[in-house]
Design a protein around this ligand. Structure first.
Ligand code: PLP
Length: 388
């Protein structure tokens, strides 16, 4: 069966006595055992609520199917789903190579927390080829962190190439796979060891849940992840898990609609005189388009526009004039959002002396939700006078 059919026909609820269609919310700390002999039997799971009960199990099963994994683990946020695998597989003396276009809060984690445990993080330029990134590796390098398209800048990495070269050197790869919601790209099929997703975004889909996942194929990696999650006491609630599992049922439709509308709006913006450049990997004008088109089935609803303007002041005036686009961080919900990018672009690790191409003009990131694309175009159009 096709993935959409599997995600929608999975008989989650029918296992419970009332035969509701969907999974239920099973809450609990104490788990009752059937006999005293089972109390200290290590093969029995769950032994306690922190292991997760039926709702978490159902979500994990669907996620493993979506990611092509043997096991998917869930964590209380997307960020935790990045920090936990990094922590699980690195120890004092090790080094991780992190792409400079990573989701920004990861930098805070590696710089303030990892460092305290004697683990070094080095940034590499997202535009480097896999061979050039591997040339930076030393015997201490134990993990390479990739994200494509990169957060904010949409730089494209050759992920299959990176996974193959890293594997040959015995270096683990961790991929932030949030962009495609697990639908548009399958990192594990391309040799990545650890595929992470902020389910907060497209999977949750309604901007009302915080949850993350890490998916793996290798049982040894799964065992090590489970051990770390358990040792740290991370637990993801049944309510959040329920909402994520429910989101999976309509994930494909929402990602497609959001991506189609975004491409339409991006193409329209490319024709506008107020625009310097539209940064969208689905457009032929994007420098990473060929690799993106090779690896991804389509683009999502996010893109950045560099308008003819003199920076943040004009960006803010433009944002304040938008009516349909909400001003706020995050994305993946049903509602469209916009933010100005300059403060985040300025915060990126500087790896060379070139002027940052994303600081030319006034930069806005759009997330396109499920409103009608023509209404969103009209909303942008009525605010464009601020850039002319
Ligand atoms: C939002 C996001 C995260 C973090 O997810 P949270 O659930 O908000 O912690 C990680 N990576 C990417 C690419 C994201 O967009």
């Amino acid at each position: 069966m096709k993935e959409t059919t599997r995600l929608n026909s999975a008989t989650l609820g029918r296992a419970n006595s009332r035969r509701a269609v969907n999974t239920g919310v099973e809450r609990g700390s104490t788990v009752l055992f059937e006999s005293a002999e089972m109390l200290y039997n290590d093969d029995v799971r769950p032994t306690y609520g922190t292991d997760g009960l039926a709702t978490q199990d159902d979500l994990r099963r669907l996620l493993a199917d979506l990611e092509g994994a043997t096991e998917s683990f869930i964590l209380p946020s997307g960020l935790a789903a990045l920090t936990v695998p990094i922590f699980a597989f690195l120890q004092a003396g090790d080094e991780i190579l992190v792409v400079n276009s990573c989701y920004a809060p990861v930098r805070r984690f590696v710089e303030t927390q990892l460092k305290r445990y004697g683990v070094t993080a080095r940034y590499y330029d997202s535009r480097l080829s896999p061979a050039d990134v591997l040339a930076l590796a030393t015997p201490a390098t134990k993990m390479i962190y990739v994200e494509s398209p990169g957060s904010l800048t949409f730089d494209i990495q050759d992920i299959p190439g990176m996974a193959a070269l890293a594997k040959a050197r015995g270096i683990l790869t961790l991929c932030d796979n949030t962009y495609g919601g697990g639908v548009l790209f399958k990192p594990l099929e391309h040799g990545i060891d650890l595929s992470m997703q902020a389910l907060t975004k497209y999977v949750g889909g309604h901007s009302d849940v915080l949850i993350g996942s890490v998916s793996v194929r290798d049982p040894a990696l799964a065992a090590a992840l489970y051990k770390t999650i358990k040792a740290w006491g991370f637990f993801t609630s049944a309510d959040e898990s329920y909402l994520a599992a429910r989101g999976l049922r309509t994930l494909h439709l929402r990602v497609k609609q959001s991506g189609d509308s975004a491409l339409k709006i991006a193409r329209w913006l490319e024709t506008r005189p107020e625009v310097l450049r539209v940064v969208h990997p689905g457009l032929e004008s994007h420098p990473g388009h060929d690799i993106f088109a090779r690896d991804f089935t389509a683009a999502n609803g996010l893109f950045m526009v560099l308008f003819k303007g003199n920076g943040d002041h004009q960006s803010q005036a433009f944002l304040n004039k938008l009516k349909l686009f909400g001003l706020g961080f995050s994305w993946g919900g049903y509602e469209s959002l916009a933010v100005n990018c300059e403060p985040q672009v300025r915060g990126r690790p500087k790896l060379n002396d070139e002027p940052d191409p994303y600081l030319a003009g006034s930069s806005i990131r759009f997330y396109v939700g499920l409103e009608d694309a023509d209404d969103l175009i009209a909303d942008i159009e009525q605010a464009l006078d601020l850039f002319s």
